[in-house]
Design a protein around this ligand. Structure first.
Ligand SMILES: [Zn+2]
Ligand SMILES: [Zn+2]
Length: 338
């Protein structure tokens, strides 16, 4: 493949471009639906307000309140003095692996994640909104309450094994993140009045957010991400355009060169034919004439059959079978008839 490197580079670039465009579109969508989402105060009027809406739902709304467990709050596993309503424990392995070039690089691999949740609501004085399916939130701001790194003690055999397998464990890290009860957060999602309780749940309109940031900070963050994605799209687009231009130019030059070569060959061929025509004897008998064009003298011997039956001009076109005996042509040579 002549354009292998260029094609691979172009393919990779277009792939990155596609991913950037996808990200950009999702950021843009987030900004738009966040801007359109009404910010509602959690108070005694909220139930009435939501109940008056179509299907007793607001597709995408922003509420702020204090995280309050419904029931007894969970205790953190690693730091029992902390209580909360959501808990994620992650165990990851730090290891060094040998890459293609033989260099060892550090990696962090998530081995195990376990999460726990309990019913909770966002409260403001006497009113509250229950949060449903909090773990599926796109942005979920939790507090890290435990983070411990334990270096591995490797034996001699582990080192030998690691040398051959290309993977060596360095240590294990355990972290625990908790959404503490009593923390003040912003929740964004679908607000629904279900019987007598207000619920905020994942929405078909936009992602669920449970964050310590305010609505305006979130919008600002997404706007910034959108702008930086636009710069990446511009850079990738420019690289793609340059690569396409380069490939097209190379293709054009190749075609042009082929055309020029063919032209030179044709001119040479023509000159040779004319030269032959000038040197040919005139007044030949029918037996001496080429059986194909019956104009030029017989000039070529066909092998292995041995027939001398065609002129040089015709021999350029006849390549497979002898026109006299239909035998296969292995080779042809100039014949000199004295
Ligand atoms: Zn001929
Ligand atoms: Zn023959």
């Amino acid at each position: 493949m002549e354009f292998l490197h260029e094609s691979i580079a172009l393919g990779v670039d277009l792939l990155i471009l596609g991913l950037c465009v996808k990200e950009y579109v999702s950021y843009k969508k987030n900004v738009n639906c966040l801007k359109a989402a009404p910010q509602l105060a959690i108070d005694s009027d909220l139930k009435k307000y939501v109940g008056a809406q179509k299907d007793k739902k607001i597709p995408y709304a922003v509420v702020r309140g204090t995280v309050t467990p419904i029931g007894v709050p969970m205790r953190s596993v690693m730091s029992p003095s902390v209580t909360g309503v959501l808990q994620i424990i992650k165990l990851s392995e730090h290891r060094v692996t040998r890459g293609f070039a033989g260099f060892w690089t550090e990696q962090r691999k998530l081995i195990h994640v376990s999460s726990n949740e309990m019913p909770f609501e966002l409260r403001n004085n006497e009113s509250g909104v229950e949060i449903i399916d909090a773990l599926s939130a796109a942005v979920l701001d939790l507090d890290v309450v435990y983070d411990n790194y334990e270096p591995s003690s490797l034996s001699f055999f582990d080192h030998v094994f690691g040398f051959f397998s290309g993977v060596r464990q360095k240590g294990l890290q355990t972290t625990e993140e908790v959404l503490r009860d009593g923390s003040f957060i912003t929740a964004i999602g679908e607000l629904e009045l279900d019987g007598k309780t207000l619920r905020l749940q994942p929405s078909p309109v936009g992602p669920l957010f449970l964050t310590t940031a305010t609505k305006s900070t979130l919008i600002k963050k997404f706007e910034e991400a959108k702008s930086s994605m636009l710069v990446k799209i511009f850079v990738c687009g420019t690289i793609s355009a340059i690569l396409i231009g380069y490939i097209v130019r190379k293709l054009y030059n190749k075609k042009k060169q082929e055309r020029d070569e063919r032209k030179i060959k044709e001119t040479l061929e023509k000159e040779r034919r004319e030269r032959r025509a000038r040197t040919r004897p005139l007044n030949l008998t029918t037996e001496q004439l080429c059986v194909v064009c019956t104009t030029n003298p017989k000039e070529v011997i066909i092998l292995p059959c041995g027939h001398v039956c065609i002129c040089e001009d015709c021999s350029e076109k006849i390549r497979v079978t002898c026109p006299v005996c239909r035998g296969k042509i292995a080779t042809k040579a100039a014949a000199f008839i004295a």
